[in-house]
Design a binder for this molecule. Structure first.
Ligand code: HEC
Ligand code: HEC
Ligand code: HEC
Ligand code: HEC
Ligand code: HEC
Ligand code: HEC
Ligand code: HEC
Ligand code: HEC
Ligand code: HEC
Length: 416
């Protein structure tokens, strides 16, 4: 029954195709495939109510950089003698698209390698299929040469990171993007790169990207900002250049032996109790310190990090940060690196800052603004007291450290 149905489809499709002159550039084999696949509305039922659209726009394909490859260039597994009807099992349209990265990778090995090292690829590997693959950014059947200038509203990152795009579009860079000049104002990939995108707040890559275009920036800050090097290390550029943004201090746990941030790759997300055990385990009483905490002043939300404004608006007043109880120090998180390479941040309650209790082993830690942030003192005091004050200890703990609600994935959710 299926077969006749398909023949009918094929006949209809041939009629449709011959009406489109651009399709003439297609090979005979490809025309054969398109006889069915140029049909609008042709789809495969995947079960559970999901369908896979099988429509491919032949003319667009013919005009694409891959037109000459032919369909088989990427679909070598389709055997035209047995197809259709081989009954290949496809769990979901998304899984199919993710698996097809392999087709692109055969010919574009260099890009594939960069991509496999990216935060997007690690996100996919942890089971979040809503991170992008090649075709999310390039499309599959109508890939064009990048020579075509990317219009602002069409940049590939926008469809998943829409809030960030909006913030970026209003920044001085976004507003200046269209201007001609010796250096073009940056778009997403100029700061983050396209294929080997890395987690935003680890390493120095983003700062290096800024300084790559603004070579004179270090010297310009030295004119008014003492300890310039320290400031530019412990204060993220947007903390001053997105002046209205809310800030936080992120205390990063480092392993002093390897100088790497501590990570938990087990895949489970550490709850407050597990983090607690980690802190306690690495800094046992009397043992030499095996964890270092280094703080960094940064912007609290991804979108606000992109609200960069003209230099005349940047924060210059020392007192904004250097005063007792400065706003910038009112939000404190503790972070380790999670299985996808991104930091997992645990928010600490503000009460902790106002109600410190010191213990000796704290001196093993180095914390920026250590004199102001007594957080760790309180953490350790609680840790040491936990044996005695179990019920209270647990209650406090749960209040003290909770997974930040904003850590939810913000991109790629199909329902948004
Ligand atoms: C007679 C109509 C017809 C022709 C000709 C045809 N297809 Fe299909 N194709 C289908 C149908 C129907 C399905 C869905 C059922 C299935 O998967 O077998 C399908 C599914 C597919 C899929 C989805 C994934 C998969 O493997 O199931 C791909 C990719 C595909 N075809 C590529 C091609 C290529 C490449 C050619 C040319 C070599 C081609 N098709 C020729 C009808 C056709
Ligand atoms: C440059 C590689 C490439 C070429 C050439 C190519 N495809 Fe595809 N095709 C893909 C990828 C990748 C997917 C996976 C779906 C996605 O990511 O959009 C796909 C998916 C499909 C599907 C499943 C439905 C869908 O859109 O997801 C069909 C049917 C299909 N291709 C048919 C064809 C036909 C017919 C041709 C020739 C006219 C062709 N393809 C040429 C890469 C290619
Ligand atoms: C998150 C979006 C994104 C993903 C995922 C992505 N690309 Fe790209 N790709 C881009 C952008 C943007 C450019 C153009 C700008 C650039 O290279 O900086 C580009 C450029 C390219 C180019 C042309 C580069 C050149 O040298 O002229 C190729 C080829 C390419 N990508 C292939 C791939 C392949 C293969 C994959 C999957 C392994 C992939 N891309 C995944 C966004 C992406
Ligand atoms: C069989 C080999 C082959 C496969 C498979 C293949 N490509 Fe290509 N791709 C090419 C060739 C050849 C070119 C043209 C190169 C050129 O003009 O410099 C090209 C060009 C491109 C370009 C434009 C590069 C530019 O200079 O602007 C992009 C982007 C791209 N491919 C992405 C993909 C994606 C995404 C996939 C998977 C869906 C894929 N390719 C699969 C061979 C392939
Ligand atoms: C691809 C190059 C490039 C990168 C990367 C880049 N910028 Fe810029 N930036 C520019 C250009 C070009 C302008 C001038 C825009 C204009 O014409 O108004 C600019 C303007 C600025 C200004 C405003 C200067 C003024 O005169 O008011 C500041 C501040 C600034 N950038 C900071 C940053 C920061 C912080 C980063 C990293 C997060 C960064 N830039 C990354 C190219 C770059
Ligand atoms: C402590 C706050 C602070 C931090 C941190 C900071 N800036 Fe600035 N930046 C300023 C202020 C304030 C100005 C304007 C100075 C003036 O009055 O000319 C400025 C000016 C600039 C300018 C314009 C320089 C010029 O030639 O006039 C650039 C570009 C810039 N910053 C980039 C950066 C980058 C990149 C980073 C991160 C590596 C960074 N800034 C970190 C406060 C800061
Ligand atoms: C001028 C350089 C620059 C440009 C352009 C830029 N970003 Fe960013 N991006 C940053 C900086 C700096 C951060 C914050 C890093 C940190 O916390 O220190 C960031 C953070 C991020 C984050 C992480 C947000 C989070 O929740 O922590 C994402 C996602 C992101 N950017 C995506 C984008 C996208 C998409 C675009 C284009 C619309 C873009 N960026 C444009 C510099 C840039
Ligand atoms: C955006 C917040 C911010 C602004 C604005 C700022 N600082 Fe800082 N400053 C910091 C942070 C964070 C540190 C890291 C060390 C600490 O707090 O102990 C630091 C460190 C310092 C240090 C070194 C302290 C030490 O123990 O090594 C000096 C000195 C200093 N700042 C002076 C200034 C002066 C003077 C200005 C104004 C011209 C200024 N800062 C503006 C956040 C800021
Ligand atoms: C198909 C959806 C999709 C597209 C397209 C996409 N991203 Fe992402 N991106 C994600 C997902 C999902 C994550 C994982 C983290 C999350 O959930 O926010 C992520 C993470 C990131 C991160 C790391 C965030 C962090 O917390 O450190 C950066 C930076 C980033 N993307 C930049 C980009 C840039 C630049 C582009 C365009 C070249 C882009 N993304 C295109 C979905 C997407």
């Amino acid at each position: 029954m299926k077969f006749t149905h398909q023949l009918l489809l094929a006949a209809a499709a041939v009629a449709a195709l011959s009406a489109v002159p651009a399709a003439a550039a297609l090979s005979e084999d490809d025309k054969g495939c398109l006889a069915c696949h140029s049909q609008e509305g042709l789809k495969k039922n995947l079960g559970k109510g999901e369908t896979l659209s099988l429509h491919v726009a032949g003319e667009e394909f013919a005009k694409s950089v891959h037109g000459e490859l032919g369909c088989i260039g990427c679909h070598a597994d389709v055997d035209s003698k047995k197809h259709p009807g081989s009954g290949r099992k496809i769990a979901s349209a998304r899984e199919y698209a993710v698996a097809k990265v392999e087709a692109c990778s055969q010919c574009h090995e260099d890009k594939a390698k960069l991509f496999q090292g990216s935060v997007h690829a690690t996100t996919l590997r942890t089971g979040n299929l809503w991170a992008p693959v090649c075709t999310d950014c390039h499309g599959s059947h109508a890939v064009r040469a990048k020579a075509a200038p990317e219009p602002m509203n069409g940049i590939s990152c926008r469809k998943c990171h829409d809030e960030i795009f909006d913030a970026y579009a209003g920044s001085m860079h976004g507003l200046a993007r269209g201007k001609a000049g010796p250096v073009k104002a940056p778009i997403c990939v100029d700061c983050h790169r396209a294929h080997d995108v890395s987690p935003a707040s680890t390493g120095t890559r983003l700062r290096d990207a800024c300084l790559g275009c603004h070579a004179g920036a270090l010297a310009a800050h030295e004119k008014w900002l003492p300890n310039t090097k320290t400031h530019l290390e412990v204060v993220a550029c947007p903390a001053c250049h997105a002046p209205a943004s809310q800030k936080r201090v992120d205390l990063r746990l480092y392993d002093p032996a390897t100088k790497q941030r501590m990570s938990d790759e087990s895949g489970r997300s550490l709850d407050a109790k597990a983090l607690w055990d980690l802190l306690r385990g690495v800094n046992r009483e009397g043992a030499p310190a095996r964890a270092t905490l280094i703080g960094r002043l940064e912007v609290r939300t991804g979108a606000e990090s992109h609200l960069l404004s003209a230099k005349s608006k940047a924060i210059k007043d020392c007192v904004t940060c250097h005063k007792q109880g400065a706003d910038a120090f009112q939000n404190v998180t503790i972070s380790i690196i999670g299985p996808d390479g991104r930091p997992v941040r645990y928010e600490a309650q503000k009460d902790v800052l106002n109600n410190p209790a010191s213990v000796e082993s704290v001196s093993d830690f180095y914390v920026i603004g250590g004199t102001r942030i007594k957080l760790l003192d309180a953490l350790l005091a609680l840790a040491l007291a936990a044996g005695v004050l179990v019920p209270i200890g647990h209650l406090l703990l749960r209040k003290l450290l909770r997974r930040k609600p904003t850590e939810r994935p913000q991109g790629g959710n199909p329902t948004r």
